[in-house]
Design a protein around this ligand. Sequence first.
Ligand SMILES: CC(C)(COP(=O)(O)OP(=O)(O)OC[C@H]1O[C@@H](n2cnc3c(N)ncnc32)[C@H](O)[C@@H]1OP(=O)(O)O)[C@@H](O)C(=O)NCCC(=O)NCCS
Length: 151
Amino acid sequence: MPSSPTVADPHIPEPGDADLSTHRLALRVVTMPKETNQYGTIFGGVILSYIDQAGFVQARRHACLRWVTVAIDRVEFKQPVQLGDVVDFYARTVRTGRTSVTVEVDVFAERYASAQRVPVTSATLVMVAVDEHGRSIPFASAPSSSPNEVA
Ligand SMILES: CC(C)(COP(=O)(O)OP(=O)(O)OC[C@H]1O[C@@H](n2cnc3c(N)ncnc32)[C@H](O)[C@@H]1OP(=O)(O)O)[C@@H](O)C(=O)NCCC(=O)NCCS
């Protein structure tokens, strides 16, 4: 029996793969000087902002609608993110509701000089599909990958 995919061994989707319950790369960024505090590490709020964007990317995989964040659970930073780190945000859907999806985002930093990969944090977000008036609306029940997705 194949083992369950883990964050350390993320599932790399094939084109057309619609399984959104496995971790997939949603965002990869290189940290910049403007994002650092006076100690040279990255502000936690910057990482939260990227987590929010990764949550949006995952929600949009369900349907190309307007998605807004209604809730983010408690976030605990295990390790600092440093200037120049390559930071990966893996996302998966843990629940689909009528108008909302609950998304888990796991964050890893790859150190600039050593390429060592360290876990940074994880968060669970609830994203809601809304219409142009900001009212919640049902989203397509059958999730599908964007034809433009890259693994
Ligand atoms: C998202 C928003 C439209 C929801 O409004 P609402 O009146 O609660 O709408 P509904 O009662 O229809 O709930 C919509 C969905 O959100 C979920 N939800 C609402 N509040 C929630 C909360 N605090 N935590 C988790 N889920 C929540 C509901 O369970 C429902 O999910 P479901 O349809 O899949 O069962 C409204 O709260 C909003 O506009 N919030 C601001 C979003 C935003 O701008 N975010 C960025 C901030 S800068």
